[in-house]
Design a protein around this ligand. Structure first.
Ligand SMILES: [Zn+2]
Length: 493
């Protein structure tokens, strides 16, 4: 079963809809991921692509320049990595639909997720974006046009009319849109093979798929990120094999276990690869060609979500996952080999939860300071949570007791002292992370990460410390005693 995977592509997915790395970071990690077994890149630019007129407004503040896009492709080439750009064309179109000028193209006005495929301006817009992307990638052989998770598909009045009059169902609406786009791409760029996410047609009937002609237009990439029990319909691969010649699949090395996840649960991600190997062994032979696996690493769950694991947090996971895929199994020898390759003094901790845990040492891989910093951060957060749910806090410093100035300084000190320590540690880490993150990321990512994950906690701790100080100054000298008198007395004030 290893053969299928070793003879095909192993794509390192770069999701750039948040925390996009500087080009300098790619220079460091491309040789590493190539040496670890990656054969190509699947690059989802989202708003990091330098769209030109009339779409310049789609660019993020630190979007790559055309020169950087060329450099990225050169770096890939130097490291023998194939290059597949990914552009969303129906669902997950938030980076376009969030703009007022494109709002009328939403499938449902309140939600920026999905594009309306029957809107007369939809095709000119999407084909315009694709054109710009292909122009800037003159040597690509594949283009991934996404199209997963198209929520609200066929819900707008125009689409409903279209579906009623033909009549067609929502899946056919999806097939018609993808068909139109794919035919246009093939006509204009005949050397490009089109890839799609498969989830919208997982349960489509064989007849529907066949009569749509989709099988000659695109290649499906079946994604599944669970550790073990894959949630794919019975008979799906047999059905796909009757429609499509080629199969791609996608696993995950990070960004798939929680929208606020900060460290990949490595055991789960390794299991995800091993389960894929078993599934590939069962089904890949049914297709004329097994094209490969993309190891996805999601940066956020959608355009609006907070960041999940930063890319450097996922490098050990990516390395372990590639090892499992290329070896066809995962054992202690693999574990040790990858750990050594990344500089870990001991075997990589593949069960990093629950926190706090001992910090790992010796790492040398690019971005390792961030890997260490986030481990420190998660330990401090765990300490903070332990303090705020401690007996001293819950039993002697509750909101009720505090509101009545009825606290025992002995107990308040048991909260304040460790809290001061966490505050100091977190504050120092904040400074370090700003520097460490600047080696990999642009300023907006640093501000976002610190603004989401450090500053709010620092603020909460500072408020609590102020409260503690106030109550220690009170020295247990309260106006009313016992409490029930206190409540009565307040009633008279
Ligand atoms: Zn519509």
């Amino acid at each position: 079963m290893v053969d299928f995977v070793n003879r095909s592509e192993r794509l390192f997915h770069l999701d750039l809809k948040g925390a996009a790395p500087r080009i300098e970071y790619y220079k460091k990690i491309f040789p590493l991921v190539a040496s670890l077994g990656a054969t190509g890149l699947l690059v989802e630019y989202e708003d990091m692509f330098p769209y030109s007129e009339p779409y310049t407004h789609l660019q993020a503040p630190y979007a790559y320049t055309p020169g950087q896009i060329a450099e990225l492709q050169n770096l890939a080439k130097q490291n023998n990595l194939s290059f597949i750009p990914l552009i969303q064309t129906l669902g997950h179109f938030e980076f376009v639909l969030k703009h007022d000028r494109h709002r009328s193209l939403r499938e449902l006005d309140p939600y920026p997720n999905s594009l309306c495929p029957t809107h007369p301006e939809a095709f000119p817009l999407v084909s315009g974006l694709i054109h710009q992307m292909v122009q800037m990638h003159p040597t690509i052989k594949h283009l991934h046009i996404g199209a997963d998770e198209v929520w609200h598909l066929g819900k707008c009045p125009r689409c409903q009319d279209e579906m009623m009059s033909k009549p067609i169902n929502a899946v056919q609406l999806w097939l018609a849109w993808i068909g139109t786009l794919a035919r246009w791409i093939k006509e204009n760029y005949p050397n490009i093979t089109i890839i799609i996410w498969d989830d919208m047609i997982r349960t489509a009937s064989l007849d529907l798929l066949k009569e749509s002609g989709i099988g000659k237009l695109v290649e499906p990439m079946v994604w599944q990120y669970y550790a073990r029990n894959f949630n794919l319909p019975e008979g799906m691969f047999d059905k796909f094999a009757e429609v499509f010649d080629t199969l791609w699949v996608a696993s995950a090395f990070k960004g798939a276990t929680g929208s606020t996840q900060f460290m990949p649960p490595l055991e789960q991600h390794i299991s995800n690869q091993l389960t894929w190997l078993a599934v590939i062994a069962l089904h890949a032979h049914k297709f004329k060609r097994f094209a490969g696996i993309a190891l996805t690493g999601w940066q956020r769950y959608d355009h609006y979500a907070v960041l999940c694991e930063l890319l450097p947090m996922g490098i050990p996971s990516l390395a372990l996952c590639l090892r499992a895929l290329t070896r066809g199994s995962f054992n202690v020898v693999d574990h040790e080999a990858v750990s050594q390759a990344l500089g870990f003094q001991q075997k990589i901790n593949i069960t990093p939860f629950p926190r706090p845990q001992i910090l790992e040492q010796g790492m040398t891989f690019p971005g390792h300071k961030i890997y260490l910093g986030v481990q420190m951060w998660s330990n401090f957060i765990a300490q903070y949570k332990a303090i705020t749910s401690s007996e001293g806090m819950v039993g002697w410093f509750s909101t009720y007791l505090r509101s009545r100035n009825f606290t025992n300084p002995v107990q308040v000190e048991t909260i304040m002292n460790p809290l001061s320590e966490v505050h100091q540690n977190l504050h120092e880490l904040r400074d370090h992370m700003s520097v460490w993150m600047a080696e990999v990321f642009y300023q907006d990512t640093i501000e976002e990460w610190i603004g989401c994950f450090i500053d709010p906690i620092l603020g909460k701790i500072e408020n609590l410390l102020e409260e503690c100080k106030k109550h220690i100054l009170l020295g247990g000298r309260v106006r009313y005693y016992p409490i029930r008198n206190c409540v009565q007395a307040q009633g008279h004030e």
